[in-house]
Design a protein around this ligand. Structure first.
Ligand code: ZN
Length: 470
C-alpha cells in the first residue's frame, strides 16, 4: 500500500542492477556497513530540483474536520486537496469553514466556473460535514452572480450536483458491501506465499493467460457496474475511466517503467515476468477505487491507502485512483506495479514487510523522474531516528498483526531509507539478499550470509548514519 505526498525531486543517482553484475556505485559516496569510521561523510545523492512552474508557497493555518489545528507552508493545490509542509490534505479532511476560506484564497475569484468548482468540492465535503451544503449553495450563487443566465455556468452547476449525488450513492454502496460481506482489512501483501519457483509459460500458454486476465478484468469491472475497454501494451492491460488519450499516455509509461525495472533485475529485454499480463485499474474517483476494492476484491481499503496490488495465484491486479499531481500518481503506479513484479520475481515469497514496502518505494523513486518519494520518506525517516525511534523494532513490524506500518506510518519511511542505504552501500549484495529470501531463506540469516552484516550491525549503522546525515 502506498501513500505519497507532493514534492518535486530529481533522482539523479545511478546504481548497479539489483542482482548480479551492475556498474558500481562510487564507494566514496556510500555509507559502509559496518566497519568504517567514515560514516558521517556521505551526502544524500539526491538534490531537490527547482520546478519552474511551481506554485509560490504561502503560509496557511487551518483546522481539520476533527478539530486538530494545522499550520504550515502550502505548496500546491487542486480540486481534491492541498499539499505542503503538512503533507497532503484532502479538502474533505479539512473543517468545511476552512475549506471555504482556503479555497477562496487560492482560486480565481473572478471566474464563475472556479466558484462552481468550489461548490462541487463543498458538496463532496458535505457528505461528511453536512453543514458545508449551505456554503456550496453560496458558491453556486456567486457563480450565478458573476455570469447571470449563462447556460454554461448553469449546466456546470447542475453537473456538479449530479456528481456529488453519484459520489454519495457510491459511498452508500461501499458501506453496504462492507456490512454485507466481511471484507478483508489487512493488506493483500500480508497473505502467505511459498518459496516455490513460478513455472515458465510457453507462448501458447502465455497467450491463453492473457485471455484469462482479460476475462477476469471484465468480470471485476462488471461487479462494480462498469464496462471499460483496456489499453493493451506489451506487459499490461490498462483499464481506466480517464479519457483514452490520457490512458494511453500512462499505459505507455508503464511499459517504459517495466523495461527499466527488468533491466535492473537483469531480465532479458523481451521477458514478460507476468502471468499473461498484469491488469491495472485506474479510476478517476477515490470512491470508485474503493468500490472495486469492496465488490470485486472483498477488500476494505484502509483510509490512507491510495492503491492496492492484488496477487491472485499467479495473476496480478493493481487497483488505484488518479491522484494529482502527476508525480504522486506515477509514484503509486510504480510502487503498486513493483509489488506485482516482485510477486512474479522467481517465487511469490515475500521480503520482510519493511523491505517489501521499502524496496517498492525505492524502485518507484529511482524509476520515475521527479518522484516525490525520496524527499518525503527521507525527511520523516530521519526525524524518527533523531527523536530516538526504535528502528530495530520496525524491522519486526508485519502486515497482518496490526504492527505495520506503525504510528504515522513511519514503517514506510524507515523501510525506504533502510533499503536505499543497503543498495547504496552494496548493490550486488542486496540483490543476493533478495534472491536468497525469494528462495526461502530467513531474512536475518540471509542478511548475514548473503549481505554480510548481522541485523544488529545493520540497525547500528543505519542509526549512526542518520543521526548525522540527511
Ligand atoms: Zn506497498
Amino acid at each position: 500500500m502506498s501513500m505519497f505526498r507532493y514534492a518535486i525531486l530529481t533522482v539523479a543517482f545511478c546504481l548497479g542492477t539489483v542482482s548480479g553484475a551492475g556498474h558500481g556505485v562510487d564507494a566514496s559516496l556510500t555509507p559502509t556497513f559496518p566497519d568504517t569510521a567514515s560514516i558521517a561523510v556521505p551526502p544524500p545523492a539526491n538534490a531537490p530540483e527547482k520546478n519552474p512552474d511551481a506554485f509560490e508557497p504561502i503560509q496557511v493555518r487551518f483546522r481539520l474536520a476533527d478539530g486538530v489545528r494545522v499550520t504550515g507552508e502550502l505548496t500546491g493545490w487542486d480540486d481534491d486537496g492541498i499539499d505542503g509542509s503538512f503533507a497532503r490534505r484532502a479538502w474533505t479532511e479539512i473543517h468545511y469553514d476552512d475549506t471555504w476560506k482556503l479555497y477562496r484564497r487560492l482560486m480565481d475569484r473572478s471566474a464563475p466556473l472556479a466558484w462552481v468548482d468550489l461548490g462541487r468540492t463543498l458538496l463532496i465535503v458535505a457528505l461528511d460535514q453536512t453543514d458545508a451544503r449551505a456554503l456550496a449553495d453560496r458558491a453556486f450563487r456567486e457563480a450565478g452572480k458573476l455570469a447571470p443566465n449563462d447556460p454554461v455556468v448553469t449546466t456546470a452547476i447542475e453537473n456538479a450536483r449530479i456528481e456529488a449525488d453519484d459520489e454519495r450513492r457510491l459511498r452508500d454502496r461501499i458501506r453496504t458491501a462492507a456490512e454485507a460481506q466481511r471484507l478483508h482489512t489487512e493488506s493483500p501483501e500480508a497473505r502467505t506465499w511459498t518459496p516455490r519457483p513460478w513455472p515458465k509459460l510457453d507462448t501458447d500458454e502465455q497467450q491463453a493467460a492473457v485471455q484469462s486476465m482479460r476475462a477476469d478484468a471484465t468480470d471485476i469491472l462488471e461487479r462494480a457496474g462498469l464496462t471499460l475497454e483496456p489499453v493493451e501494451t506489451k506487459f499490461f492491460l490498462f483499464y481506466s475511466d480517464m479519457n483514452r488519450r490520457e490512458a494511453q499516455k500512462w499505459a505507455r509509461q508503464l511499459d517504459e517503467m517495466y523495461d527499466r525495472l527488468a533491466a535492473r533485475f537483469e531480465l532479458p529485454k523481451t521477458e514478460n515476468i507476468f502471468w499473461g499480463k498484469a491488469v491495472i485499474f485506474v479510476f478517476k474517483s477515490r470512491d470508485r477505487f474503493r468500490l472495486v476494492e469492496a465488490e470485486a476484491f472483498g477488500q476494505l481499503a484502509a483510509d490512507w491507502a491510495d492503491g492496492l496490488c492484488h496477487p491472485v495465484g499467479p495473476k496480478v491486479f493493481v487497483n488505484f485512483y488518479r491522484q494529482r499531481p502527476d508525480e504522486v500518481f506515477a509514484a503509486i503506479l510504480v510502487h503498486e506495479t513493483v509489488h506485482g513484479f516482485m510477486h512474479r520475481y522467481k517465487t511469490p515469497y515475500r521480503l520482510p514487510t519493511w523491505a517489501n514496502e521499502g524496496f517498492a518505494d525505492y524502485l518507484a523513486s529511482v524509476l520515475f523522474r521527479n518522484s516525490p518519494i525520496d524527499l518525503e520518506r527521507r525527511r520523516q525517516g530521519v526525524r524518527f531516528v533523531r527523536r530516538g525511534g526504535d528502528v530495530n523494532a520496525v524491522l519486526d513490524w508485519r502486515y497482518g498483526d496490526d504492527s505495520w506500518p506503525g504510528p504515522g506510518r513511519v514503517g514506510y519511511n524507515v523501510g525506504y531509507l533502510m533499503v536505499e542505504l543497503m543498495i547504496r552501500d552494496r548493490p550486488r549484495a542486496f540483490g543476493a539478499w533478495v534472491d536468497a529470501i525469494k528462495e526461502g531463506k530467513d531474512w536475518e540469516q540471509a542478511l548475514e550470509e548473503d549481505f554480510g552484516v548481522t541485523r544488529a550491525q545493520l540497525v547500528e549503522t543505519f542509526v549512526r548514519f542518520y543521526r548525522v546525515n540527511d
